[in-house]
Design a protein around this ligand. Structure first.
Ligand code: ZN
Length: 346
């Protein structure tokens, strides 16, 4: 009964904003408005007021019942604060972790979004009622300790390219969107340069991202983001295969392979700590590829939340070593169509 009263009062006290979704917000399959509702304008204070009124209302009702029936009514079932406020209450189905890479010119490659398209994507996220959350809240959500708004998204940028500092940082400041950079941390050191291809974040630029208060920096290997020929001549991610030792005309042993991966991960964490990440907990698999052996080493090193490139929404209680990510499209409407599909079909 208390729950019913609560929702009744929510309808009257917490009216949802008039919602006029842009065409890009529509479900690409049904061509109708997304099944999910826009977030309520209720803030915590108004919701607290609603709860107080609800408690008074429920108490009076139970007292009447007691007098009429001359027996004590059963207490109202307790509800977890998390589900009551946001998750599940307003149609929130989970968190979509969006995956971007580089930001730059249109001709730079399939993993590159232009600054103009990135801004258009941010504007559409805002217009369509998506709510970027920060990493700490995402952790709490996965652990079941906190809720998130409906249509919550976590913005992530892989590889730690310098153009994230140049283009994405000003846009996140303009929209006040939190974001995460999964950096290949060897580039924080001063001496790998000059770089043969697209520039990566320096330690100073990474620190500026942190100082913004909007960005967090996470692991993506120290120098393990490449492919290497393993046994059978098959090229696989460097952290997932035994490599050839030409001087000894043989492949690494299993023990040598594990020691190499361990060194890379320890160096990765040390680089993150040097720029000011107090306790690195998040790591994105290079090439998005999880592996039981690598997962074990990452956990032993201290990483907890491990990100794949497998698409889907994330929910409380799921395996934190297989966090789903939706690769953002190069074009804003493509990204909106993907989000609409995952949120409406989940
Ligand atoms: Zn990568």
């Amino acid at each position: 009964m208390a729950k019913k009263n609560l929702y009744f009062l929510q309808i009257h006290f917490c009216k949802r904003p008039a919602f006029r979704p842009a065409p890009a917000c529509f479900d690409p399959v049904t061509r109708r408005e997304p099944a999910v509702m826009p977030p309520s304008r209720c803030d915590d204070a108004s919701f607290l007021a609603v709860k107080i009124i609800t408690v008074i209302f429920t108490g009076a009702f139970l007292l009447v019942l007691f007098l009429l029936c001359t027996r004590e009514p059963a207490p109202a079932p307790s509800q977890p604060a998390v589900g009551r406020t946001v998750y599940g209450g307003y149609g929130g189905q989970g968190v979509a972790v969006l995956l971007f890479h580089a930001v730059g010119g249109a001709s730079a490659g399939p993993d590159t979004i232009s600054p103009e398209d990135l801004e258009a994507t941010f504007q559409l996220l805002k217009d369509c009622g998506y709510v970027p959350i920060d990493l700490n809240r995402f952790h709490d959500f996965l652990e079941g300790k906190a809720g998130v708004p409906a249509r919550a998204v976590l913005l992530t940028f892989d590889d730690g390219y310098r153009d994230v500092y140049e283009y994405a940082l000003p846009l996140t400041e303009k929209y006040r969107f939190p974001a995460v950079a999964f950096a290949v941390t060897k580039w924080f050191d001063p001496y790998p340069r000059p770089e043969a291809s697209r520039s990566h974040l320096s330690a100073g630029e990474a620190k500026e991202l942190l100082v913004s208060g909007l960005w967090q920096i996470a692991g993506h290997s120290y120098e393990g983001h490449r492919l290497a020929a393993g046994p059978g001549g098959v090229y696989r991610p460097y952290l997932l295969t035994r490599t050839w030792k030409p001087a000894e005309n043989r492949f690494e042993s299993e023990a040598e392979y594990k020691a190499r991966v361990w060194s890379d991960i320890v160096l990765d964490r040390a680089a993150l700590k040097r720029i000011g990440v107090a306790e690195p907990l998040d790591f994105a698999y290079p090439y998005g590829a999880p592996d039981p052996g690598l997962i074990q080493i990452l956990k032993e090193a201290g990483y907890v939340y491990l990100y794949t490139n497998e698409p889907g929404l994330n929910k409380p209680g799921q395996d934190p070593s297989r966090i789903f990510r939706i690769t953002a499209g190069r074009h804003p409407h493509e990204t909106m169509a993907l989000l609409a599909w995952y949120f409406s079909s989940n």
